[in-house]
Design a protein around this ligand. Structure first.
Ligand SMILES: [Zn+2]
Ligand SMILES: [Zn+2]
Ligand SMILES: [Zn+2]
Ligand SMILES: [Zn+2]
Length: 462
């Protein structure tokens, strides 16, 4: 190719830019026309990474003239519109999209939970306080639907099942009046309770287990008094360690351009036949289950202006809240508040857990289950990440973490700006994208502290 007419002696280089169409996901090589007279083109870099500031000129034409500024091109797809140009390694060009879900490593686990009554049983189990080591050790639900499932699983024929159910005494079982929930919310609550049941099915370490296996007085003291006190002050009913947390991470596509859902088109992975492809990675990792105390959530909601009848137990509180909630897809204001609360505490917890556990923050992820008043924090088992950090935190520093979360000033360096725009930003409550599956929405420091915050209620109970 020889030397460039501009006089430079270096080798010709390649521009690191690529054009993409946010609307359709197409990707294009940038094109710059040559000088029609000399057949040449050269570029002047602006000293920034902005493609729009590149100046293209002809090295043989008189100085001061130029061919183009930036790349300009529109997409040839049906949607039309301008291409965006940026450096090809930019996160805007390719953003993988996927989901994480709790997925049992063995199918039998799923079958056992379904046979035991599935989501309905799991919800009952959550409401009763997660009694036993696992769902199937709790008392079985005594209603016709769950008994039918059980009999079907045992191989009884339809006529026998119907006869047996007909012979059941009226209002058999608990005698509690059945909980009336919005149907979609019930589906959410059952699904989320089932996720907890699945995750805790094969491994579950409670604080009581720590106490039972420790002999040192200092530790026993910590588990017997410091931990319960710190949990109570933070309005948390329980924290448990799951050392074999089964999580499936599935990548189903990517987007280009803006990262908020709905702002850009999702491109799914497809076979040539058009069938969808999902790339999955099934891993067992360590996780903490954090469940808020429904009694405290109820008090907090009342402080925020919602009206509830008096309740005397945690179960009653949970039922009262669920009865007023709507589904995750069609939330009412109260549901929004509960989601924001659980999600905000999850982020506040993860930020501190990273410090105490010595884990890079981006290696911790969340599964938020608002209808179970719970969230999981798990360590992403990727790269050369070493497990054990969350376990060490669970065994030694839980009270310090919780006290910190309650007592820290929940301020942001960007206040009052951050405060005025919802009370959550990259400086205070946001987490990196791999950690947060809710795109850092539904977060606010106001849910935690500042007068109407959760910890304002839990740390100084009236
Ligand atoms: Zn020219
Ligand atoms: Zn296009
Ligand atoms: Zn902020
Ligand atoms: Zn999040």
């Amino acid at each position: 190719m020889g030397r460039c007419k501009c006089g430079a002696t270096g080798r010709r280089g390649q521009l690191p830019f690529v054009g993409y169409h946010e609307a359709c996901g197409a990707i294009k090589t940038p094109y710059v026309r040559k000088c029609p007279q000399h057949g040449q083109r050269a570029v002047r870099f602006p000293g920034t990474a902005s493609a729009a500031e590149l100046v293209f000129y002809c090295p043989e034409c008189p100085p001061g003239t130029h061919l183009d500024r930036g790349f300009g091109a529109s997409c040839d797809c049906a949607l039309g519109g301008a291409l965006s140009f940026t450096v090809h390694r930019s996160g805007n060009v390719f953003k993988p999209r996927g989901i994480s879900m709790i997925n049992p490593p063995r199918r039998e686990v799923l079958v056992q939970i379904e046979q035991a009554g599935g989501g309905e049983r799991a919800l009952e189990w959550m409401l009763e306080g997660m009694v036993g080591r696992r769902l199937t050790e709790s008392a079985a639900a005594q209603n016709p639907t769950s008994i039918r499932k059980l009999l079907e699983a045992r191989g009884f024929d339809e006529a026998t099942i119907s006869a047996m159910i007909a012979a059941m005494p009226e209002a058999a079982g608990t005698g509690k009046k059945s909980l009336v929930l919005d149907l979609e919310l019930r589906a959410d609550a059952e699904r989320q309770a089932k996720q907890v049941a699945l995750a805790t099915f094969e491994s579950r370490i409670k604080i009581a287990d720590l106490l039972a296996r420790s002999t040192a007085d200092v530790l026993r003291d910590q588990y017997q008094s410091d931990y319960p006190r710190a949990l109570k002050r933070a309005g948390i009913e329980r924290i448990e360690l799951i050392d074999k947390f089964p999580v499936l991470t599935a990548q189903f596509g990517y987007t280009r351009g803006k990262s908020n859902p709905g702002d850009s088109r999702l491109r799914t992975y497809r076979e040539k036949t058009g069938e969808y492809i999902v790339y999955g990675d099934l891993a067992q990792t360590e996780a903490l289950l954090v469940k808020l105390d429904p009694t405290m959530i109820l008090r907090w909601l009342i402080k925020r202006g919602f009206v509830f009848a008096d309740v005397s137990t945690g179960r009653e509180a949970a039922e009262a809240i669920l009865a007023e909630m709507r589904s995750m897809d069609r939330p009412n204001p109260l549901t929004e508040q509960v989601i924001e609360l659980v999600h905000s505490i999850s982020h506040a917890f993860i930020k501190r857990a990273a410090v105490f556990a010595g884990i890079e923050r981006s290696a911790l992820s969340e599964v938020v289950l608002p209808a179970a008043f719970s969230f999981f924090v798990y360590a992403a088992a990727r790269g050369d990440f070493v497990l054990g950090g969350l376990q060490a935190l669970f065994e030694s520093d839980l009270h310090h973490l919780l006290d910190g979360m309650v007592d820290d000033e929940h301020r942001c360096a960007l206040d009052p700006g951050c405060e005025d725009t919802g009370g959550a930003c990259a400086v205070c409550l946001h987490l990196g994208e791999p950690s947060c599956r809710m795109f850092n929405t539904r977060l606010s420091r106001k849910a935690l502290a500042g007068g109407l915050g959760y910890f304002d209620v839990t740390a100084c109970p009236s």
